[in-house]
Design a binder for this molecule. Structure first.
Ligand code: GLU
Length: 333
């Protein structure tokens, strides 16, 4: 008897990888058209490397990803991590918010089992669609022992990225993903992963954010303010009325106009937790460079981008409202 193939669960959520066009060269298309079984049927080679168990969790363009889908996905991933018969998990996802779902799962799922997110920039019906190759690589990675203990990983265009580091850096084209601050995790070559680095931040089994957070009826509201020349304070006052946390996507090292900083300071005084991050796409936001974060009661996002800082702040505020404690979480995650 040949050895049984490892079981890999494939959870589909939609996106361009499941998107259809009117014809193979048109730019317009509808994300989340094909089912998970359609996706798998396009990659018959998967039958040679894994015993696939497919599930449709959602079928949306990931611009419509919601906290409700995240809850359902996290619960399902956790259950599959506890199922000893499953070697690894693949999640197909739209590319727009793929990095956010990956980071969210890295904070909440406390298991070492490989979890691999994958998408595609070209719809399934496009000439040269890369979804089937990406899906093959994702399954090959999810079944590989070297993928264990690294937190959720993302495979796109033969690159492997850590959940915290990956960022969509282009709106079109195959080279749309990078890990600008700490670099790629590795590459897939001929269906085999080659890792270049360890994950340097806290995740999964070391995470103190447990799935118990999913039981909360709602998570604290955190909004992102995008800084620009001549930013006024009134938009921040408006947001601060309903938010428990604000992430500033600041210019440069997380900065903004005097008017905006004054409004953020008012928000912090009123109990809103303010995190300064950078809109630049890479680099580090340190404390107390051009602003006195201690006096203002602000938190520095370090090298976490604004959209991921929003997720960490949302979970952080579910366990503490103390700015120093929130800063300590941003220093670790
Ligand atoms: N906006 C769609 C999504 O994120 C399409 C982008 C993609 O998947 O590449 O699902």
């Amino acid at each position: 008897m040949p050895d049984a193939l490892p079981v890999v669960a494939v959870l589909a959520t939609g996106g361009t990888i499941a998107g259809a066009q009117a014809d193979a060269t048109s730019a317009g298309y509808k994300a989340g058209t094909f089912s998970v079984n359609d996706l798998l049927a396009a990659v018959p080679q998967l039958a040679g490397i894994a015993d696939i168990r497919a599930e449709q969790v959602a079928n949306v363009g990931s611009q419509n990803m919601t906290h409700a889908v995240w809850r359902a996905l996290a619960e399902r991933v956790d259950a599959l991590c506890q199922d000893a018969s499953v070697a690894g998990i693949v999640i197909t996802h739209g590319t727009d918010t793929l990095e956010e779902t990956a980071y969210f799962l890295s904070l909440l799922i406390q298991h070492d089992k490989p979890i691999v997110l994958v998408g595609a920039m070209r719809p399934a019906t496009a000439l040269g669609a890369e979804g089937p190759a990406n899906l093959y690589n994702a399954v090959a990675l999810a079944r590989h022992p070297d993928a264990r203990g690294r937190g959720p990983l993302v495979v796109m265009n033969e690159d492997v990225h850590y959940a915290r580091e990956i960022q969509k850096i282009a709106s079109a084209g195959l080279c749309a993903f990078a890990s600008p601050n700490r670099g790629r995790a590795g590459v897939m070559h001929g269906g085999t992963p080659y890792f270049y680095s360890r994950n340097t931040t806290t995740h999964t089994t070391q995470s103190e954010f447990s799935l118990a957070l999913l039981e909360k009826a709602s998570w604290p509201r955190v909004d992102i303010i995008y800084a620009h020349a001549d930013l006024q304070g009134d938009v921040i006052d408006f947001v601060a009325d309903t938010a428990q946390g604000i992430v500033l996507a600041g210019v440069g090292d997380g900065n903004a106009t005097d008017l905006a900083i004054a409004a953020l300071s008012r928000a912090a005084d009123a109990g809103v937790t303010v995190v300064r991050s950078s809109r630049t796409g890479s680099g580090f936001v340190a404390r107390d460079v051009e602003l006195d974060d201690g006096a203002l009661g602000f938190v520095a996002a370090r090298d976490l981008n604004p959209q991921k800082a929003r997720i960490l702040l949302m979970l952080a505020l579910s366990v503490t409202r103390d700015a120093a404690a929130v800063q300590a979480l941003f220093d670790r995650y």
